[in-house]
Design a protein around this ligand. Sequence first.
Ligand SMILES: Cc1cc2nc3c(=O)[nH]c(=O)nc-3n(C[C@H](O)[C@H](O)[C@H](O)COP(=O)(O)O)c2cc1C
Length: 200
Amino acid sequence: MNVASAIQQRRAVRHFDPDHKMTKKETAKLLSLALHSPTAFNIQNWRFVVVEDMELRKKIKAASWDQDQVTDASLLIILCADLKAWKKEPLRYWRSAAQPVQEFIVPAIENYYEGIDQVQRDEAMRSCGIAAQTLMLAAQSMGYDSCPMDGFDFEKVGELIHLPDDHAICMFVTIGKAIGDPEPPKDKLPMEEVIITDTF
Ligand SMILES: Cc1cc2nc3c(=O)[nH]c(=O)nc-3n(C[C@H](O)[C@H](O)[C@H](O)COP(=O)(O)O)c2cc1C
């Protein structure tokens, strides 16, 4: 499947086959594709919590307006971000770069994020949002369906997964085999309303 088809065919799916299991190989392929997503300064601040424990999934479902996708999808991935990834040995993000590049980039990373919580959080959400779309399109290309989700109690889910203090949850992506009639395409706004040339 080419990228344009994956983009056009993806729908937010609400009904997954609860009996379908993805193989470990498929899951590994999907996650490894997600790791190709870009991040600013290559800090790779996303963390993918893959929830395998069905008892935990049931508790998460209860904190997610009882949405069936949480337990019925083959994969529940909680996209989290390490808000402090920028200062955790940043040299490792540029390990194989030439020394002058390393000497430039490491202080640049620190200058960009140091002391500005809003920038750290915005960046985390950007990284995870892009990774979420990569996951969904990769899933589509592998014959799977997906649903992006933020209809849940962030604090409660954070407690359930023991989210570290310096991390934030961005969203869920659920992935599996859709059942039932395919979701019809959603209404989209006209291009004239959402594409702006040069200035507002
Ligand atoms: C950040 C985000 C959060 C969402 N949260 C939920 C959710 O909690 N439950 C749900 O059923 N759909 C959720 N959706 C799916 C949207 O309702 C859906 O993407 C939108 O209606 C457009 O439909 P489409 O994805 O099929 O084109 C979410 C989508 C996004 C991008």
